[in-house]
Design a protein around this ligand. Structure first.
Ligand code: ADP
Ligand code: MG
Length: 729
């Protein structure tokens, strides 16, 4: 076996499981211990300061300087009691991961004297040296400065020895440079719009908050094997590797018993998550070998999203302790399932009602139907924006592949609700409705909770599915920041609800009764949004044809999906609601294209290096062995008989030459295309070039490398094989 592969294997075989000692306390006793939440603030703030911060959290009101000082001091004292020595503003630049810069609490005040200091100004605002974060041109034209500003709605937390304060990241001119800032605006917009619509049904509703419950899928790979695979290290996915003889066809991993080493890892990262108040409750094996999932209880979207980002970070840290590496990439291994991050989404009111949960009587069911139908209409009108929200170089490998949602956005609601909507579409009469009509409709609507109970026909192939009391956006990628999907979903929903309210109000003004006005408007929306509803198999080829007939978009790759951001309708929509300005949208479009380009550039380089420096030398080494063997046979048996005896070896020699030549030619072509693409100035054209001319060659290059893998002596193969990466426990 090649030295590096052998060494990696030795390490794996000698692993001792790193089992954490079970905590002596119950989860309820230590849950949230490392976050500075409202209950803790009540203990250490004055009545006044507590009220100010509570109102900031619940209603987004500002925190004045005096109270900020008091909160900062309390936060610092609490953090120091937890062992913290440093603090950081924790933010979400558009690179995709989170960023932090640690500063010490300690300040020298005179010779030989120091104090621990942390005041309101440091809590509320900071100016990180942020010149290398992506800004899409926003910071070039004005000043290079960027600010982080405290988001009190997400609790500060201590990790290791650092107090982390969730913040937004904005430019000197106030433009968003991060994911959180526009998300907060979108959440506010949809909350306000939903609250207005709720007034038709219940005047006690004064606050609506969108909720998010994510499900995080991931792969675990032993760190020694991982380190012996430059493609996993640099690109997060295996760019080469023949499919193992056994993949996921037996379905024996899904919900099977979790391997011991993986369990030990999960226990520890769940423990750390619970300390941070992340309500992780579920763990199980996923479909592919070495693939797992974890999911928390849902929370308000902003906090849920911070928790997901934090969890990804915690997972990676803890995994290293257990000699694992977590692969969050959407498609680390071709031929088996990729990883997603289902975003379960709904809207919750201050009165404790889930607006996407059918109620107990016709009135609350009409409210349910209102939000349900408006969601479908919002998706219908803005499917391309939703598609853009989940676009990334890594998710491109997954969408439309093995058991992953297609790139076509559609909505699944189940046969019972389909029938309900079809009935409504037919039975709401034009003109004034008779009392009998209304009674019948009320009866129909009253039946919803019953029908939902036996609504078991779940469809796992839909990118956007209704699952009884929430929608599940399944096309989101496992490595993504959910903020992008949530930004778009909540913005388009806000817009839709505002339109709905306007139209229904206008109907009422014209003399229609409230319920009738709502029903008639819902009927219009049901008709208009019909084509986005699809109940069939989203993985099938027929759906691609059917979707095309219906006029639905099928945007297969990121550069094309992102084009929607340059449309004036998109800019108007986000501008009108004050969520993103035209400039911010343009900057984001640019940044996403740049991210895409960089990712493909790295992949292209890794493919070239691995092919030339690892795979070809191994193939040629084996070919030399064969050549020696053929020469030996000829020298012993004579030319004719020797050749006859070496028939197989000679064919192998030829075959290896063929694949090596092809591999080298294709890699060189790809490198040429990469160079051409790199020289391009226009970012959009460049991204298209990387997609159409560079990435398009990856599969063919892989084909030849993978052929060589099954031909070359296993002992000589230089990198761990997929079988080893996936089935080593
Ligand atoms: P699945 O079968 O898809 O795993 P679950 O019922 O286990 O479905 O729920 C999956 C996720 O949905 C969980 O994270 C859960 O917290 C979340 N969820 C449940 N209700 C809501 C809601 N009202 N809003 C947002 N997410 C929710
Ligand atoms: Mg789910």
């Amino acid at each position: 076996m090649s030295k590096s592969r052998e060494k990696a294997f030795d390490e794996v075989l000698n692993r001792i499981p790193q089992v954490m000692k079970d905590p002596e306390r119950r989860v309820s006793e230590y849950f949230g211990e490392n976050i500075f939440h409202l209950d803790k603030m009540r203990e250490c703030l004055t009545e006044d300061a507590y009220k100010v911060v509570k109102s900031a959290i619940e209603h987004g009101t500002p925190v004045d300087r005096t109270h900020a000082d008091q909160i900062a001091t309390a936060m610092k004292d609490w953090a120091i009691s937890k062992g913290a020595t440093h603090y950081t503003h924790w933010f979400q630049p558009l690179t995709g991961s989170t960023a932090e810069k640690h500063d010490s609490f300690f300040k020298p005040i005179s010779a030989g004297k120091a104090i621990e200091r942390f005041e309101g100004d440091l809590l509320v605002q900071q100016e990180p040296d942020a010149s290398s974060f992506p800004h899409g041109g926003i910071r070039n034209t004005f000043e290079a400065r960027g600010y982080t500003a405290w988001d009190p709605t997400s609790p500060a937390f201590v990790i290791g020895k650092t107090l982390c304060i969730p913040t937004v990241f904005i430019s000197y001119t106030g433009e968003a440079l991060d994911y959180k800032m526009p998300l907060l605006k979108a959440l506010q917009a949809v909350g306000d719009a939903a609250t207005d619509v709720c007034q038709y049904f219940d005047k006690n509703v004064s606050v609506v908050k969108p909720t998010l419950g994510w499900e995080q899928e991931y792969f675990l790979v032993d760190s020694a094997l991982y380190n012996a695979r430059p493609d996993l290290v640099l690109a997060g996915r295996a760019v080469f590797g023949h499919e193992p003889a056994k993949g996921q066809q037996l379905d024996d991993h899904y919900f099977g018993s979790i391997p011991e080493r993986a369990t030990a890892f999960m226990k520890e990262f769940e423990y750390e998550s619970h300390l941070l108040g992340i309500p992780v409750t579920t763990r199980h094996n996923e479909v592919a070998p070495n693939q797992f999932e974890c999911a928390p209880m849902f929370e308000e979207v902003n906090v849920a999203n911070d928790h997901n980002l934090l969890l990804m970070d915690v997972m990676e840290k803890i995994a290293r302790k257990h000699n694992f590496r977590v692969l969050l990439h959407e498609k680390p291994f071709a031929g088996i399932n990729g990883s997603g991050k289902h975003n379960n989404w709904s809207l919750g009111t201050n009165t404790g009602v889930n607006l996407l949960q059918p109620g107990k009587n016709p009135k609350s069911n009409l409210q349910f139907l209102t939000f349900f139908v408006n969601t479908i209409k919002a998706i219908h009108d803005n499917a391309d924006l939703l598609r853009a929200a989940i676009a990334s170089a890594s998710n491109d490998h997954r969408l439309g592949a093995n058991e992953a949602p297609p790139a076509i956005i559609s909505v699944f609601i189940g046969s019972q609700l389909t029938k309900m909507l079809d009935d409504l579409e037919k039975n709401v009469k034009a003109g004034k409705m008779t009392p009998e009509d209304k009674t019948k409709l009320k009866l129909d609507i009253g039946k919803i909770p019953e029908i939902l109970l036996d609504n078991t026909d779940r469809n796992r192939t839909s990118p956007f599915a209704f699952t009884g009391n929430k929608f599940e956006f399944r096309a989101v990628g496992s490595s993504a920041n959910c903020a992008q999907a949530m930004l778009v979903l909540n913005t388009i929903m806000a817009n839709q609800l505002i339109d709905f309210k306007k139209t229904v109000d206008a109907r009422i003004k014209k003399g229609e009764k409230k319920d009738e006005a709502i029903l008639k408007e819902l009927q219009v929306l049901i008709k208009e949004s019909k084509k986005i509803r699809f109940e069939g198999n989203g993985y099938g080829d027929e759906w691609v044809k059917e979707a095309e007939k219906r006029g639905l978009s099928n945007l297969k790759d990121t550069p094309r999906a992102l084009d929607v951001w340059s449309k004036k309708e998109s800019k108007q929509l986000f501008g009108k609601l004050g969520i993103l300005s035209e400039r911010e949208i343009e900057a984001r479009h640019e940044i996403e294209l740049e991210n895409y380009i960089l990712k493909l550039q790295i992949e292209g380089r890794v493919i070239g290096d691995l092919a030339k420096n690892h795979i070809m030398p191994a193939a040629l080494e084996y070919q030399n062995v064969l050549i020696k063997n053929v020469q030996g046979l000829i020298s012993v048996l004579g030319e004719k008989e020797g050749r006859e005896a070496a028939r197989t070896q000679i064919n192998f020699i030829k075959s290896i030459s063929k694949h090596v030549n092809n591999l080298n030619d294709k890699v060189n072509l790809m490198i040429d295309e990469r160079k051409k693409a790199r020289e391009m100035d226009d970012t959009r054209e460049k991204a298209y070039a990387y997609c159409d001319n560079v990435k398009s060659m990856f599969d063919e290059i892989r084909y030849h490398a993978d052929k060589l893998e099954i031909m070359v002596d296993d002992e000589m193969w230089p990198i761990p094989k997929l079988r080893e990466l996936l089935f080593t426990k």
